[in-house]
Structures are given as C-alpha cells and as structure tokens.
Design a protein around this ligand. Structure first.
Ligand code: C5P
Length: 225
C-alpha cells in the first residue's frame, strides 16, 4: 500500500514549512517545501536574467529553464536545496527573492516546469508537502489536506522574528508589506491560485503555538490512519 501524502497549503508565514517539518519528524515522513523551489527559480532568474532596472527578462528565463537543476539533498537530518550543485538554502531567504518570487510563480511556464518535479516526489508517498496549490493542483488526491491561516499581524511578527534570528536586517513593516503583496498576487493569479481545497481542513493558528498546531495535525492523521 502507498504511504500517505499530506498536503499543507496556506498564506505566507503561517508556519507551513516549520510545522510540516516537525510533523514529518514525528510521523517519519519526508518534508518537501515547494516554496523553496519557486524561490530557487527566482534566485536563478535574478542572477542570470535581471535587467538593469532589476526587472526579470521573462522570455529569456523561459528559454533557459532547461539550465535549472533543482534538487533536495539530505543534510544533517534535513533537506537542503541545491541549484546546479550549489547549496542555496540561505540565498533564497533574502529580501530580493521574497520581493520577486510571486511574480515568477504566477507564470504558466514556471508552474508547468515545477509541476512534474513536485509530483515525482509523491510517487512513493510518505511525504508532507507544503505550498499554495498542493491540495488543489499538485496532489488533489492527497490523503490529508490542511489549510493554514492566521492574522496578518501575527504572521508578520513570526516571520520578522525568524528573519532577525537568521541575521537579516529588516523591519516588521517591510515584512508585513511583503506578505500582503505576496498573498494578493498568489490569491489572484490565474493559474493555480492560493485557495483552500473544498475538502481541506482549515486551521487558524493565530492563537496556537507551533507545537499546538503540530500536535493537532498529528492527532488528525494518527486518528484516521
Ligand atoms: O512558501 P514560501 O513563502 O517560501 O513561498 C514563496 C512563494 O512561492 C509564494 O509566495 C508563492 O508565490 C510561491 N509558491 C507557489 N506555489 C507553491 C509554493 C510557493 O506559487 N506551491
């Protein structure tokens, strides 16, 4: 029997990735952070196809997607993202990437390019995948579907503290504006917009700790297994 596929979608900075990673550790699943893949493509685009005024030359990017080799490698108990054999874990968290990623992610060419890659992760099951369209497009037959939300103020606070702890220099207002902008572009785009799947369970974790959200998700999975 195929092992379960668990889809975690939701708004920016609802803790999707860190919560998914903790659930993965507890239930012995592999965690796939699909946002990292879009960030990886954005990193490639900014390094190779940024125009002088810092726009991205999309037609050239689309013609060169075959030069992008993104892979997750197991390192110190977690998955690290490599772009053409270079570890880009820290690069993809920078503000320039967060500022541009949603514009890259709304392009059909980019979504098509990453679709198969993401679906391949699911072949054997036993994975928890977080993103924006996992339950609606990538794995519509996932065994468990969750959609995370929280107030934007709480989300900005959490992301701000995380970025500061990683050594980034940023204000909470900048973080708030970035997540409002990304949520708007992600929700309003034509292809695979961010939305809750009809059969996904909504979790508002504004007043829940990370640990409480993890415990809730684990208990639902264990109960139904
Ligand atoms: O999850 P994270 O905030 O790192 O995702 C960065 C961006 O990647 C999102 O704002 C969204 O534009 C895009 N994304 C997406 N579909 C996914 C995952 C991420 O469009 N499945």
């Amino acid at each position: 029997m195929r092992k379960p596929i668990i889809a975690i979608d939701g708004f920016s900075s609802t803790g999707k990735s860190s919560i998914s990673k903790l659930v993965a550790d507890r239930l012995e699943l592999i965690h796939v952070d699909t946002g990292a893949l879009y960030r990886g493509v954005t990193y490639f685009a900014l390094n190779n196809f940024a125009t002088k005024d810092n726009f991205i030359d999309l037609p050239s990017l689309f013609l060169n997607l075959d030069k992008i080799n993104l892979e997750f490698r197991q390192e110190n108990g977690a998955l690290s993202l490599y772009l053409n054999n270079k570890n880009i874990d820290s690069e993809i968290r920078k503000a320039a990437i967060s500022d541009n990623v949603s514009l890259i992610a709304k392009q059909k060419e980019i979504r098509d390019f990453l679709l198969k890659l993401q679906q391949n992760f699911g072949e054997k099951g036993g994975i928890i995948v977080d993103g924006r369209d996992i339950a609606t497009v990538i794995f519509p037959n996932a065994d468990f579907k969750f959609f995370l939300t929280a107030t934007k103020e709480e989300r900005a606070k959490r992301r701000y503290l995380e970025l500061i702890s990683l050594g980034f220099e940023i204000t909470i207002e900048e973080v708030l504006q970035n997540l409002i902008k990304r949520d708007k572009i992600d929700s309003e785009r034509e292809i695979a917009p961010l939305k809750k799947a009809d059969d996904a369970m909504l979790i508002d974790n504004t007043n829940l700790t990370k640990e409480e959200t993890v415990a809730l998700i684990c208990s639902i999975i264990i109960k139904k297994k």
